[in-house]
Design a protein around this ligand. Structure first.
Ligand code: EPZ
Length: 418
């Protein structure tokens, strides 16, 4: 089992290129199943979830590989199967996107319930209800979902009770080749949804309104291949800014997209950090002791993203004053709190509320990651702690961060992987 060893207390200084967005690349890779020609995806991050998606594509009979550092090539001319093994489904939540894509391509799909970070029950009721409205019959037996669209997938008008990101994307994947028009009311507005729509439209789909609350998909007969560049990862960017805020110092984050971070950047300014953003880079500095911030409520886009909660909380552990987080999206997304308290943080969790009393110092400790962003939060705190920290179960972190220890050590952190 690999671990990260971090000697805290080093100020950061340097430049970090922000990787392509995991939560855009994954649905885009699933969408390639819908295309009968070669797909080239640039700025695709080399993270374990992407390799999982490649394994699922291969299992379905597609070819999927990296032909350059961050360029993935996918060929789905003829998929040989319409089922995904339980083992592959359990590797990540994003395996669920293959349900919509394979149904859209072949009209049938057999999967088991997806895996992924344990952030609470994470049901898929909305995904299934939407697909049933599109003419898909779904039999659930012993955790196996046998889905069939006997007469092909049909367009439908679907109103979501909650703007679920995954549900919105799964509907889009099932709808692009469906017969007729699909309208998604109360759709998720996350930028990654718009990126998926951009990719599908580049392949000949007819999707409008992505990024807004109402998305219209006109079914087309087929999709051709395309070459597409994935958007920057706004959560990875928020992570490196949090690391710099926690450790102190200066960072230039480039190849990022500050326009996607309008609910995150002001929080760093409230902490006392300096943030200068241009179209694709952020000059960031944190020279003074941090200040506590006004209560942060995680919300759907364009509100403060739940994925940034752990890393921003870690940066606030030593901020002067009291900060409060309300986690409105997932039922169980404070698993990093116990580990932060082992490092000397003073955090009280009551239900979906976490109260952080700033402490003067944190101490290096042995900790373990329990999910992707919580693990990134432990790194953030360890960079600002006195002494040596050890973080185990870092496979969670590798799901979403490309060589995080190399990026941080290039900016002056004392961090190694063993
Ligand atoms: C996506 O997960 C992201 N993952 C998550 O990022 C992100 O935290 C989340 O959206 C919210 O922004 C990917 O894009 C691969 P949801 P997803 O459907 O699609 C409930 C990360 O760290 N719900 O918007 O699963 C659900 O339980 C990951 O990169 C239902 O009740 O999020 C949750 O409480 C973590 N029934 C809420 O909605 C359903 O059928 C939000 O879920 C579907 C969802």
């Amino acid at each position: 089992m690999q671990k990260l060893i971090i000697n805290g207390g080093k100020r950061l200084g340097g430049e970090i290129r922000i990787q392509g967005a995991k939560n855009a690349a994954l649905p885009i890779m699933a969408a390639s199943v819908l295309c009968g020609e070669e797909i080239v995806i640039h700025n695709c991050p080399r993270i374990s979830d992407v390799y999982s998606a490649m394994r699922i594509l291969t299992y379905l009979g597609c070819k999927a590989y990296f032909d350059e550092r961050n360029t993935a090539v996918i060929r789905a001319e003829d998929i040989s199967g319409t089922s995904v093994s339980d083992e592959l489904m359990r590797e990540m939540r994003s395996s669920l996107f293959f349900l919509g894509a394979v149904l859209g391509r072949a009209g049938a799909c057999r999967i088991t319930l997806p895996g992924g970070c344990d952030l609470g029950p994470r049901p898929i009721d909305m995904h299934l209800a939407a697909l049933r409205k599109m003419g898909v019959s779904i039999r659930e037996e012993y955790g196996v979902l046998d889905c069939r669209a006997e007469n092909g997938v049909k367009g439908a008008k679907i109103s979501l009770s909650f703007p679920s990101v995954g549900t919105t994307e799964n509907i889009m994947l099932a709808a692009v080749l469906a017969e007729g028009v699909t309208v998604i009311q109360n759709a998720a507005r996350e930028p990654e949804v718009a990126d998926l729509a951009g990719f599908l439209n580049a392949c000949g789909a007819r999707i409008s309104g992505a990024g807004c609350g109402r998305i219209v998909i006109n079914g087309v007969k087929k999709l051709h291949g395309c070459e597409y560049t994935v958007m920057p990862d706004r959560i990875v960017c928020a992570t490196y800014l949090s690391c710099t805020a926690a450790a102190g110092g200066e960072l230039v984050a480039y190849d990022c997209r500050p326009a996607d971070m309008e609910s995150i950047l002001p929080v760093f300014e409230q902490m006392g950090c300096i943030v200068h953003a241009s179209a694709d880079r952020i000059y960031f500095s944190a020279d003074r002791p941090l200040r506590a911030v006004a209560p942060i409520r995680t919300m759907v886009y364009p509100g403060f993203p739940t994925d940034a909660q752990a890393v921003v909380m870690a940066a606030l552990c030593r901020a002067k004053g009291t900060s409060v987080f309300v986690e409105n999206i997932f039922e169980n997304r404070f698993k990093h709190v116990g580990e932060l308290c082992r490092m000397g943080a003073d955090i009280l969790v009551e239900g979906k509320v976490a109260v952080i009393e700033g402490v003067k110092r944190l101490y290096g400790a042995k900790t373990c990651a329990a999910d992707l962003r919580g693990g990134a939060g432990l790194i953030t705190a360890a960079l600002s702690a006195e002494g040596t920290s050890e973080i185990s179960d870092i496979h969670y972190i590798d799901r979403g961060y490309e060589e995080i220890e190399k990026e941080l050590s290039s900016a002056g952190a004392d961090i190694i992987r063993i």
